[in-house]
Design a protein around this ligand. Structure first.
Ligand SMILES: [Zn+2]
Length: 231
């Protein structure tokens, strides 16, 4: 693994291909749906404001964020950060993404269990994604099985994070679509386009999860904890 291992590349190839495809699809689907003006004529920021008010959430702010699709909800500061295209956009793509991010704020307000678990595991997983590599490297150099086990344990927190992230993301999207429809902000016909954008975005999370799972399997195999490959 610490020289170039073609096995690792082969192992991850399906995930790399899926991730690349998902990225391209998000861009093309977003660009396409960004051309379609929403009948409501509302901007992403206005829709976010309306939904927050309707859900009785008064302590979440809305800010503009940098970058293409850099949209996110920050649970620590209780802020929705919307990229310029979404904040000011009046397209179906802008409305869908704004509503998805509000979906996370609603999850937070309702203490949606997978979100609570995900937020709790974030510090460990971000530490694990860096430290695991170092421990595995050291463990392989020193032939220390305990260090390798510790590295694999740390990496499994990354896998766990990705796995609990999936229901969080899918739930935010289905909440978003239901709220937009229920409040009459989008029509059923418009909802189909919104669904395409949000499903494309969800695929990037699926790809990230598969990458993490395959990497973990690779580590397990490489260090002889699964099957009996080279020692
Ligand atoms: Zn999300």
């Amino acid at each position: 693994m610490f020289h170039f291992d073609p096995m690792y590349f082969l192992f991850l190839l399906p995930a790399i291909a899926l991730a690349g495809w998902a990225q391209l699809r998000v861009r093309s689907t977003f660009n396409e749906a960004h051309q379609i003006a929403a009948a409501s004529r509302l901007s992403g920021a206005q829709v976010a404001q309306q939904i927050l008010a309707a859900e009785g959430i008064s302590d979440v702010g809305i800010e503009r964020a940098e970058g293409f699709l850099g949209d996110h909800y920050d649970p620590r500061h209780k802020v929705l950060r919307l990229s310029d295209d979404v904040y000011n956009g009046r397209s179906l793509a802008a409305l869908g993404i704004a509503a998805h991010e509000v979906g996370h704020a609603v999850q937070h307000a309702q203490r949606y269990a997978p979100l609570v678990v995900r937020n709790a595991v974030v510090p460990m997983a971000s530490f694990g994604s860096n430290a695991s590599w170092f421990l595995l490297f050291l463990g392989a150099m020193m032939s220390s099985f305990n260090l390798i086990l510790a590295g694999i344990f740390l990496y499994s927190t990354v896998v766990f994070f990705q796995l609990v992230n999936l229901p969080v993301e899918f739930d935010a999207s289905s909440r978003a679509r239901a709220i937009l429809l229920r409040r009459g902000i989008v029509s059923p016909a418009e909802d189909k386009t919104v669904g395409k954008v949000l499903n494309a975005a969800a695929m990037t999370y699926v790809a990230a999860t598969i990458t993490a799972v395959l990497t973990l399997l690779y580590y397990l195999m490489r260090f002889g904890l699964l099957g009996d490959r080279e020692r």
